[in-house]
Design a protein around this ligand. Sequence first.
Ligand SMILES: [Zn+2]
Length: 468
Amino acid sequence: MAIKYFSHGACREVTGSKHFLEIDGRLLQIDCGMFQGRREESYQKNKQLPFDPRAVQALILTHAHFDHSGALPILVKNGYNGNIHSTSASRDIAQIILLDSAYIQKKDFEILQEKAAKYPERKLTAYEPLYSAEEAIQPLRHFVTSDYSRPFRPLDGVTAEFYDAGHILGSAMVHLAIGDRLCIGFSGDLGRRGLPIIRDPEIMPPMDYLVLEGTYGNRLHKSIGMAGEELADIIRKAHSRRSKIIIPAFTIERTQEIIYLIHVLQQEKKIPVLPIFIDSPMAVNATAIFKIHPECFDNEMLARFTTANIDPFGFDNIHYVVSAQESKEINNFSGPAIIISASGMAESGRILHHLSRHIENPDNIVAIVGFMAENTLGRRLVERAREIKIFGRAYKVKAEIATLNAFSAHADYAETCSWLKQHDLKRLKKVFLVHGEDDGLNNLQHELLGIGIPQVEIVNYGDSYELV
Ligand SMILES: [Zn+2]
């Protein structure tokens, strides 16, 4: 039996996850993420798949994040006709993410087309959407869902099993047993112990090879236990100043984590009760999905809320805002309040309206709770720019910027090593590193060799590795 492994994405970068096992000529794909980054470059990389989707027999999706699921419609559109295996929570979240992407691509295209017509001298290119809303729905017809620890057979002779990755709702690592020859693990994105709502990363059975992510391969996070305290501090501050807290947050996971933590802090009477506005239709949909997947919850979530029949995401002072009219009405609200809105990096969406309204008041607080990529408004805030531009107008940054560092859904290098050390490593021959930038991967390689992993290789795009 000949087994090869190669990757066509997330090699020395953090987007576009697409990994493959070739088992006696049959192709099994793990994840099908979209590349993100510079517009033109990522557009071309996403449009032209470097392989024939008709040759892929089966696909396993580790979790629903866009950089792991976003290219599924492109795969299906180009002839992929196999099953897409995932947990049921991942399927439900992927549905929201893919449809949202189709909508954003269409909007971007229309806006750029208009701009290009208005300013011909700027020679702007409007990139056609990579898929429509109808095409975003097609992959959903291919899903076959399995819960954690329910083995399934993606290909004849291959037994797969999901283990909780502790990263986002429904996230999984996958352990593959190929005949009685080899066991191979894929970490997907590895989460952290102690994240609110979801369980901690699980330990997989013994493996010969592991394909491991290294997003934060050179970083150490603050303990997640600090997140609640950091949040409580700013809420007390806003209450005493009678001011607003504005939180740009990703609509899936981070928004629910913050709601959950505020609910717990309120239950424990550690904070004053302020009105909370969740101003994002997508966050409303995502929160509904959390509610129907209690099988993914950790014991604290189950004991405190689910089995006590208390809605963790619904309480008297929380207001979910869907319509644009209701969103505008938040402006009329005087007194202290918390406003959570998207987009997560403050690049677009309703958060911009709230920032423009509140950023010039020194009593207000803008709380940064997520990773802010370069060249985003969120990053300008983290770097405490004195002035920012929103909708073409300049605003002085007078509000307090509070960066809450304890929030992160990816393990740092110490957490990754400690997770790996809990495995039975006797038969582990090699760890392949993906999904990280060079500095992070180099450091993680060094750390893993340091804990006795026999071989650690940083994966190059398209290189093929024989697994024996
Ligand atoms: Zn992820």
